[in-house]
Ligand binder design. Structure first.
Ligand code: 76R
Length: 276
């Protein structure tokens, strides 16, 4: 019997915990309210968005959604799970919450995979003439990894990109009979991710991607957010990715959500059915 190949799980670096929180509005109930009630509700919610959640600052954002999958999306980045949950719970105590219906949420954590960083650290350790497994090898490896992680830290603890449009979708890597991501060697996965990164990089000026890992946190394996001032740049990027093997062979997608960035002051206009 041949030995099973050794499949290494990739190392990752995690940053902010992320919640995509999507609601529909109970319009008939909302519109049946006297205008004084509606004003009070909007006032309380706008203040919460600005002062508590910090919408319009760096780590929370409000979006108006396209289509019937939802109407308002709140996006929160927080330093830890408990802070994220505190934000959720204080949101549920707002009077506005009585007029909303939860439709979808996604919990994840910003992630940088260390495929490249580990390759660099292995190369540098080998260049020093150290043998894998030796103390000298481990020392160089650990030192280079620490440096690489320092650079990546700013990316995983980033603020919410402020471009006007967001496209969010959860995805997993395929585990089919013919194509199984999890049965590939780390070198094969690294090479596919290299091709993926190279293709993606062509769009780096127009589209900001935030890849969040959600294995063990939510239903899919990753949550992808693409932020851009140009909706068609998002469409073109996702189209090109479909032809790249990391996606064409190995990606499975969940529902797509598309939305437009709003400021806390826009909430009143949005709930009046007006144009923000
Ligand atoms: O982070 C980096 O910039 C380094 C290279 C890179 C990695 C490791 C990278 C670059 N991505 C990485 C990891 Mn990505 N990405 C997606 C999607 O729609 C689809 O087909 C897939 C959804 C898009 C559109 C996209 C865009 N990426 C990942 C991972 C984790 C995989 C793992 O660890 O096994 C997923 C699930 C994923 C999905 N990616 C880029 C982009 C873009 C635009 C870039 C270039 C960023 C830049 O250079 O600024």
């Amino acid at each position: 019997m041949s030995e099973a190949p050794i499949i290494d799980a990739p190392q990752t670096l995690e940053g902010h915990y992320v919640l995509h929180d999507i609601y529909a509005v109970s319009w008939s109930f909302w519109q049946a309210q006297p205008s004084a009630e509606r004003e009070a509700v909007i006032g309380e919610a706008s203040t919460w968005l600005q002062d508590v959640a910090g919408v319009g600052e760096t780590h929370s954002a409000l979006y108006s959604m396209l289509g019937q999958k939802g109407e308002l999306m709140f996006l929160h980045y927080r330093k830890n799970v408990d802070a994220l949950n505190r934000t959720e719970r204080s949101f549920r105590r707002l009077r506005l919450y009585n007029y909303l219906r939860p439709v979808y949420s996604y919990f994840s954590v910003i992630e940088a995979s260390l495929y490249e960083a580990t390759a660099i650290a292995q190369r540098k350790a080998a260049e020093k003439g150290a043998k894998p497994g030796s103390a000298a090898y481990d020392e160089v490896f650990t030192e280079v990894m620490a440096k690489e992680c320092k650079v990546l830290e700013a990316r995983v603890f980033r603020s919410i990109p402020d471009q006007r449009y967001i496209c969010f979708y959860p995805m997993s890597k395929r585990r089919g009979e013919q194509f199984n991501w999890y049965a590939l060697s780390i070198e094969e996965r690294r090479s596919l991710m290299r091709g993926h990164g190279k293709l993606g990089h062509k769009f780096s000026r127009e589209v900001t991607q935030v890849v969040c890992g959600s294995i063990g946190l939510d239903d899919w394996e990753w949550g992808v957010s693409l932020h851009s001032a140009n909706p068609l740049a998002i469409k073109r990027l996702v189209t090109e990715m479909r032809f790249d093997p990391a996606s064409s062979r190995y990606a499975e997608f969940g529902p797509f959500y598309f939305a437009i960035r709003q400021q806390p002051d826009d909430l009143g206009t949005l709930l009046a059915g007006g144009l923000a």
